[in-house]
Design a binder for this molecule. Structure first.
Ligand code: AMP
Ligand code: ZN
Length: 143
């Protein structure tokens, strides 16, 4: 897609530190890493949202992301890795070409996600919300 920075990276119009490429996905190091070696896995086809990526490509993104995480452990002596994905601006998506972050982690890296844990008022409230979600989920294989 014209004017998409990640499409330009795939096309070789903008340089990148490539980690992996196949027919469906491209992976390269993030220019502003949380930790050094932080890598992005992107579909070669332009999709703004992860939700429209075909199943084969989405599966490949996840598999390649996990394997890059293992490579980070081997090559960088990382203890672990995070897979992270922001879908939509208020979720933190800045580049509007869907991408999976693979972040190498060490016990002493001082990075925190600031994860919070709210509490449902009652089990019934949680149950009603689960039903609402099930009703909204129109999921067919290969969609
Ligand atoms: P997000 O906030 O999830 O949209 O993440 C976008 C990521 O893309 C950020 O972590 C940026 O550092 C990264 N990024 C932006 N431009 C480039 C680039 N030219 N090469 C590599 N990474 C980039
Ligand atoms: Zn794009």
């Amino acid at each position: 897609m014209k004017d998409c920075i990640f499409c330009k990276i795939i096309a070789g119009e903008i340089p990148s530190w490539k980690i992996y490429e196949d027919d469906l996905v491209y992976a390269f190091m993030d220019i502003g890493p949380i930790n050094f070696g932080h890598t992005l896995v992107i579909p070669k086809e332009h999709h703004t949202s992860t939700a429209t990526i075909p199943e084969a490509t989405a599966g490949r993104m996840f598999r390649v992301g996990a394997r890059i995480g293992v490579a980070q452990k081997r090559a960088l002596d990382a203890d672990a890795f995070n897979l992270h994905l922001a879908d939509g601006t208020c979720a933190g998506q800045v580049v509007m070409h869907a991408h999976l972050h693979v972040v190498p982690r060490n016990a002493d890296d001082t990075f925190h996600w600031n994860w919070r844990q709210l509490k449902y008022d009652t089990p019934e409230v949680a149950g009603e919300l689960a039903e609402k979600l099930r009703n909204a989920l129109k999921l067919e294989p290969q969609d």
